[in-house]
Design a binder for this molecule. Structure first.
Ligand SMILES: Cc1ncc(COP(=O)(O)O)c(C=O)c1O
Length: 452
């Protein structure tokens, strides 16, 4: 049966023989691929050809037509040392020659064992000692929350039901993780589901909580130092330490979501190092594998771990896990990434780059009337687009941020806005010249879209 041939005999389904291969892929994308966080009606609009990335090298991505771009948001905040780094590539290949996946339920594997040891070694001795692997940022958070809830149950503290979270927070998209988030747009129809949450705008407000209420708090969760999805919003200095003190005073856990900030983004290995705070749970994902593979880690301490120990029939087991927990390829990639940090003294290379980045994004305001507040920490920046007549915000419905980012492609930059905040978060291997080119691309693109 040749149901794919239309009246003039041209194949109209399948790989689209009448189209060139690139057009065919684009068409198939529009026909079958539902993209995350994407209005598919816009995506399918004829002038919006999907940009298909086919390769990468260092901080550069190449599309299917051979055009090169700077990976301005590290492929949605994941990539750390650049694409096709030889050390990570070799670590994955070497592991692939042995085995791609085996279960962590009842078995173990070498890269996961070594990675757990390496990760705990990044923190002061006897602090964060136990690593639970999962798949992504959302599951890392889910896992921390479930450990916290079950811990309270096991310790006769099940009255501690509440989580404290912050306005503007984003902790992922599974129902539990999303319920901790403070961005209404993302969670609208699901607002009644999930964990019981008390939400605060700042630590000062939390400090006003009565002792009785505080005694019902299970855990405080925060993106330390900077909120990503809120538009790269910086917390005031010292806040993290105050939160740690508040948690200690009231017996609450502190969960730090370093899914975005981990692995050098803020200029230190982890954001919590800036304020010398050790959480009870640390959640890592995105950059854990250098941005190569989906892998996450929830790291906790002996106090938490030991509460789950007992005879099988006591049912203290942490009944949680996913098929790909501790995936050997992901763990091998993560070990490769940590090796790059060591062998290439990556953290030592950051201060000069961060200074150049800070200067460049700061200058964007002087170079363009379209930029308002610019927020930056380490190699993370958010640049607010403003209405240059009023100095106020733009109407978000016009999607100006998205239009500017789309236009920036013409100047060799790929990034994604958060509404009308343009974001830059290049891989740590970015050069100073690339930093300048990226900011110049945003300035030119904003001028093109909003007027010179
Ligand atoms: C701070 C933070 N936490 C959690 C997540 C969720 O991670 P994932 O998308 O891997 O589930 C994100 C994703 O952007 C994030 O930025």
């Amino acid at each position: 049966m040749d149901s794919g041939a239309d009246s003039d005999g041209v194949k109209s389904t399948g790989a689209g023989a009448a189209l060139d291969p690139v057009d065919s892929l684009r068409r198939l994308d529009k026909e079958h691929f539902w993209h995350p966080f994407t209005q598919m009606q816009d995506w399918a609009a004829s002038e919006d050809d999907p940009l298909i990335i086919t390769s990468g090298q260092g901080a550069i991505l190449t599309d299917i037509e051979g055009k090169e771009y700077l990976d301005g948001n590290s492929s949605i905040w994941t990539n750390i040392h650049g694409h096709r780094h030889p050390t990570i590539d070799a670590a994955i290949r070497d592991q692939l020659d042995r085995i791609a996946h085996c279960s962590a339920l009842g078995f173990s594997n070498e890269p996961a064992i070594l990675l757990a040891e390496k990760l705990t070694g990044l923190f002061p001795e006897n602090t964060l000692t136990r690593v639970f692997f999962s798949d992504n940022g959302s599951t890392a958070i889910e896992c921390a929350c479930r450990m916290a809830v079950q811990y309270r149950d096991l310790c006769g503290e099940s009255h501690r039901k509440r989580f404290v979270a912050f306005d503007g927070a984003y902790h992922g998209d599974t129902v539990g993780a999303a319920s901790l988030g403070g961005i209404a747009t993302f969670n609208g129809p699901f607002a009644t589901m999930g964990y019981p949450v008390s939400r605060f705008a700042e630590v000062e407000a939390l400090e006003q909580m009565s002792g009785d209420e505080a005694a019902e708090v299970n855990a405080v969760i925060i993106e330390p130092l900077i909120q990503g999805a809120a538009g790269m919003r910086l917390w005031p200095g010292g806040m993290l330490r105050r939160l740690r003190e508040w948690c200690d005073r009231h017996g609450a856990f502190l969960i730090l979501d370093e899914v975005m900030t981990g692995f050098g983004r803020t200029g230190r290995m982890f954001a919590c190092e800036h304020e010398e705070v050790i959480p009870d749970f640390l959640c890592l994902a995105k950059g854990l594998t250098g941005g190569y593979m989906p892998l996450a880690a929830t790291i906790t301490n002996e106090r938490v771990f030991e509460a789950f120990l007992g005879r099988y029939e006591e049912l203290k087991t942490f009944f949680y896990g996913h098929s790909y927990c501790a995936n050997p390829l992901g763990c091998a990639a993560a070990l490769g990434s940590l090796r790059v940090f060591e062998e290439e003294s990556v953290l030592a290379s950051l201060p000069d780059k961060v200074a150049a980045f800070s200067r460049a994004v700061g200058e964007a305001r002087e170079l363009s009337p379209h930029f308002g507040e610019v927020r930056q920490l380490g190699l993370i920046a958010g640049l607010d687009l403003i209405d240059r007549e009023t100095g106020g915000t733009l109407d978000w419905r016009r999607e100006t941020g998205a239009k500017v980012c789309r236009r920036a492609r013409a100047y060799g930059l790929l990034t994604r806005p958060i509404r009308d905040t343009l974001t830059l978060m290049p891989p740590l291997c970015v050069s100073e010249a690339q930093i300048h080119d990226a900011v110049a691309a945003l300035v030119r693109a904003a001028g093109d879209v909003l007027g010179k």
